[in-house]
Write a protein that binds this ligand. Structure first.
Ligand SMILES: [Zn+2]
Length: 602
C-alpha cells in the first residue's frame, strides 16, 4: 500500500469523493534529489548558477523586511524591487515595495533542494541559519497593511517544509506552526477568486490579487511531513471548489479571464487533495484543467497566458496577442507550475503525454531564461510578439520569477526519472545519472546525449549484480515511424507506439547499453484555430525561432523544408523565395531579435 493510499484511508473526510484508488496502480515514485545527478549540459549549468547565486546572498539582506516589520534591529542592505519594505508601492505606479519578503521562502526552498541534490555543507548551514534567524521575526503584525498575506505565507511555508524535509532542519516545523498562527487572522474564511476579492471593499486594488486558492498544496505537504493534522484541515478549507475545482471536474472550462500562473499552480493543490485524501473529483479537476491549458491556451513553445491571462477559446485572442503584447509567457513561474502539475499527473496516470508537455516547456521556455544577476535582475516574460521580439530583464528587481527559478532548476533531476516496483521511467533525455538500490544491487543509468540537437540518447547501465527490471522510455507523441530502440546494438522487438512509455524488460548486466534514435520531422503549428495561417515551425520537441525579421507571407512547403545546418548543430536554415532564414532554439538566442510565428500561404 502506497503512502497516498494509507493516508487516504486514515483521513477520509466527509467532503471528499469516495476514493476508488484500489482500481488504480499506485503513483510512480519520485527519486530522492540525491539519486539523480545532472551531468554537464545546459540544465546542469542553470542549476549550478542559481545554487551559487542564492548561496552567496547576504543573510541580513534576506531577513531585513521581516526584522523591520517586527520592530527589530535590521542591519544589511535593502534588496530592492518587490522585496523591500517600502511605502512607495502604488498598484498603478511603482512596484518598489510591492510584497516585502515575498520570495524569502522560495530562496530557502531552492537552497534546501540544492543541498539535497549536492550535499553541500555550506548550503545546509545557510538554510538552517536562515530558519533560526527568521523564527524570532514571526509576528502577526507582519501582515498588517500587507497586500498579499496568503501569497507570501505560502512561499514561506514551502521554504520551511523543504528545510525540514531536505536540509534536516529540526526546528523548521515548529517555525512553520508559528508562521501559520501569524497569518491565520489575516486570511479569509475560504479561498477567494479574484472576482470575489474585487467585490469586497479594499483600500487599493492590489489587495484583490491574493492567491488563497494556491494554499492547499503546501498545507497538504506540511501535514504529510508531520507538521500536524490542522494543516490537512486548513488545506481542505482553502480548496477552491466552488469557483474552480467543481466546474473543472465536470468538464467546464473556467480558465478564461483568470490569472494564468496561479491557476496552473492551483491545479497542484487539486493533485495533493487526490494524493492525500483520495478525492477523485480533484484528480478529474486537475486532468481537465491541464487539458484545457494545453489544448486551448498554449503557444507552440508550450508556454501560455499572454499578459498573464487565460483567454476564451474561439476568441482568437491568443493569436491577437502576437501583435498586442511582449509579455507572452511568465517563464520561470509558469514553467515551475507546469513542471509540478505534469510531474503529478504523469506519476498518477503514467500517461507519457505529460512528459511530452514538460519537455516542450523545458526546451522552449525555461532553458532560454537569461541567468539571474546578483542585484535581483530577473528574466520574467518570454516575448513572442511579431515585431521587435527579444530577451531582456524585468523592470523590477526580485520579482516572483526570482523565487521559482532556483526551485525549478533544483527540480530538474527529479523531473527526469521516476520509478515503481517494476523499474525505472526515463522521462527527460538529458546528460544525467540515476543511481539507486534495487534488490541487492546498486544500479545506475547514465545518459549521454546532446538531445534535442541530436535526435537520440544513449543510456549505459551499471549493476553490481545482474538485476531484472523494466526500463520504460518515453516515446514522444511526435516520434515518427523510423524511431528505433536498441540494446547492445540489437533492435528491441515490440510496439514502439508514439505517445507511450516503451518498456524494455530484461536482466540487466553491468555495461549494457540502450540506444534510442528518434524520428523527428518538422511540422507547422498554428497559434490558434482562428489564425490557421499564423504558424510556428516545430521540430520534435523544439519550436524554431527565426532570427531577425524575415519577410512574409511564406509558402508552407518552403517553411517545412527547414534543415539543420550540420548534424548536431544548434542552427537550422531554409531558403525561401523571399530569402534565406536562419533559426535557433529559444535556449540559444542571446541578444538578437527573433520571430516565432510567420504568416503562411498555401
Ligand atoms: Zn513570476
Amino acid at each position: 500500500m502506497g503512502v497516498a493510499t494509507a493516508l487516504a484511508s486514515a483521513t477520509r473526510l466527509s467532503h471528499a469523493d469516495t476514493p476508488d484508488s484500489d482500481s488504480r496502480a499506485a503513483p510512480l515514485q519520485q527519486f530522492g534529489y540525491h539519486e539523480i545527478e545532472l551531468l554537464d549540459g545546459p540544465m546542469r549549468r542553470q542549476f549550478d548558477e542559481n545554487h551559487a547565486l542564492f548561496l552567496s546572498l547576504d543573510d541580513d539582506m534576506l531577513l531585513k523586511p521581516f526584522r523591520q516589520r517586527a520592530g527589530q534591529p535590521a542591519p544589511g542592505e535593502n534588496m530592492g524591487g518587490w522585496y523591500d519594505n517600502s511605502s512607495e508601492f502604488d498598484p498603478h505606479g511603482t512596484f518598489h515595495g510591492f510584497i516585502p519578503g515575498h520570495s524569502f521562502g522560495q530562496y530557502l526552498s531552492g537552497l534546501a533542494r540544492a543541498y539535497a541534490v549536492t550535499g553541500s555543507q555550506p548550503t545546509q548551514e545557510k538554510v538552517q541559519r536562515l530558519v533560526r534567524a527568521f523564527a524570532p521575526t514571526i509576528t502577526t503584525k507582519f501582515y498588517d497593511d500587507y497586500h498579499l498575506p496568503a501569497y507570501t505565507y505560502d512561499k514561506t511555508a514551502c521554504g520551511l517544509i523543504d528545510a525540514h524535509q531536505f536540509a534536516a532542519d529540526g526546528k523548521a516545523l515548529d517555525v512553520l506552526n508559528a508562521a501559520v498562527d501569524a497569518v491565520l487572522p489575516h486570511l479569509p474564511a475560504k479561498a477567494l477568486s479574484r472576482a470575489e476579492q474585487y467585490a469586497l471593499p479594499q483600500k487599493d486594488e492590489a489587495y484583490c490579487w491574493d492567491e488563497t486558492y494556491t494554499l492547499p498544496e503546501n498545507l497538504f505537504l506540511a501535514y504529510q511531513r508531520g507538521a500536524g493534522d490542522r494543516f490537512r484541515d486548513l488545506a481542505v478549507r482553502f480548496l477552491e471548489d466552488d469557483r474552480y475545482f467543481n466546474p473543472l471536474s465536470e468538464g467546464e472550462n473556467v480558465l478564461p479571464g483568470e490569472h494564468a500562473y496561479s491557476h496552473v499552480n492551483a491545479l497542484s493543490s487539486a493533485m495533493q487533495a487526490y494524493l492525500t485524501l483520495g478525492s477523485e473529483k480533484h484528480l478529474r479537476a486537475a486532468q481537465n484543467g491541464f487539458a484545457f491549458l494545453r489544448d486551448t491556451q498554449s503557444f507552440a513553445t508550450g508556454g501560455w497566458g499572454p499578459d498573464e491571462l487565460f483567454r476564451k477559446p474561439g476568441s482568437g485572442e491568443v493569436g491577437q496577442s502576437l501583435d498586442k503584447t511582449h509579455f507572452s509567457f511568465e517563464t520561470p513561474c509558469g514553467a515551475y507550475g507546469h513542471f509540478k502539475i505534469t510531474r503529478y499527473l504523469l506519476r498518477v496516470t503514467r500517461d507519457s503525454h505529460y512528459g511530452d508537455s514538460m519537455e516542450r516547456v523545458l526546451y522552449n521556455t525555461i532553458l532560454g531564461a537569461k541567468p539571474m544577476k546578483k542585484d535581483g535582475s530577473s528574466f520574467y516574460y518570454s516575448d513572442y510578439n511579431n515585431v521587435f521580439a527579444c530577451k531582456g530583464y524585468y523592470k523590477d528587481k526580485w520579482p516572483c520569477c526570482s523565487g521559482t527559478f532556483p526551485q525549478i532548476t533544483a527540480d530538474y533531476g527529479i523531473s527526469s526519472y521516476f520509478h515503481d516496483a517494476d523499474g525505472i521511467y526515463v522521462n527527460i533525455f538529458t546528460p544525467s545519472r540515476a543511481s539507486w538500490i534495487r534488490g541487492s544491487s546498486r544500479i545506475a543509468l547514465t545518459q549521454h546525449t546532446r538531445y534535442p540537437y541530436v535526435p537520440g540518447t544513449q543510456i549505459q547501465v551499471s549493476a553490481q549484480n545482474p538485476e531484472s527490471f523494466r526500463v520504460y522510455l518515453r516515446i514522444p507523441a511526435w516520434a515518427g515511424a523510423k524511431t528505433r530502440v536498441a540494446v547492445n546494438g540489437r533492435s528491441v522487438e515490440g510496439d514502439l507506439t508514439p505517445g507511450t512509455f516503451f518498456p524494455i524488460n530484461r536482466t540487466w548486466n553491468n555495461g549494457d547499453r540502450i540506444e534510442v534514435e528518434f524520428d523527428m520531422t518538422a511540422t507547422l503549428e498554428s497559434v490558434d484555430p482562428q489564425h490557421p495561417d499564423i504558424v510556428a515551425p516545430v521540430l520534435g520537441p523544439i519550436a524554431l525561432f527565426a532570427l531577425g525579421r524575415p519577410a512574409s507571407p511564406l509558402r508552407r512547403s518552403a517553411l517545412l523544408g527547414v534543415v539543420q545546418t550540420a548534424s548536431g548543430s544548434d542552427t537550422w536554415h531554409v531558403d525561401t523565395d523571399r530569402g534565406p532564414i536562419t533559426f535557433k532554439s529559444f535556449a540559444d538566442i542571446e541578444e538578437e531579435q527573433y520571430r516565432l510565428y510567420h504568416k503562411v500561404e498555401a
